[in-house]
Design a protein around this ligand. Sequence first.
Ligand SMILES: [Zn+2]
Ligand SMILES: [Zn+2]
Length: 224
Amino acid sequence: METMETDIIIRHQVVGVFQVNVYLVVCPETKKAVIIDPGGEGERVVRMVEEEGAEPIYILNTHGHADHVLENKALKERFSIPVCMHEADDEFFSRKKVRTQSQKELGLPPPGPADRRLKDGDVLEVGKLRIEVLHTPGHSPGSVCFHVRGNLFSGDTLFVGDVGRTDLVGGSLETLLKSLEEKVIVLPGETIVRPGHDYGETPTSTLAWEMRENPYITDFILAK
Ligand SMILES: [Zn+2]
Ligand SMILES: [Zn+2]
């Protein structure tokens, strides 16, 4: 019997009070891996890593909101790996005023400094995987999506049938729509959308589906 070749391993768990999707993305050939948005319950993330026999080499944050970064420090120490965040959020969430406001809005402590600052267009080599960084500001100034082998880890920029809040400090709906228009809907329609929270009818979707069904895309971008 022929088995289909798996070119990427993706696991996820829903963690923390904000029910964030933390993802483990593994290169099947080398077992090198990244942890995306460890927002809580670090031990469950560690278990997932162990079950896969994976070797994490980066912690990636789609943005700096507390619910996506809470376990950065613990997992960074556990695996001795760097925390990576877009430069704009690393800078933004280091400002005292922003930290105070974000703490008030989310009721959780904002992130510590990143070890590596990401920029738009950066490519992270993880075994044979190439993870591309797309800067998609709007939900926060340094929000990003991670694009790898037909998968888009969209954080709080794009949910299934919805988009992220833009009323938190540093948010802008206009900027978010521009990001979707210029960086996201230009990707192939079969791209699988893997959001930061499971707020939709299904846990994942495709960009083709979003372009038909997501009112922010149909009404504010495509109908322009
Ligand atoms: Zn957020
Ligand atoms: Zn979130």
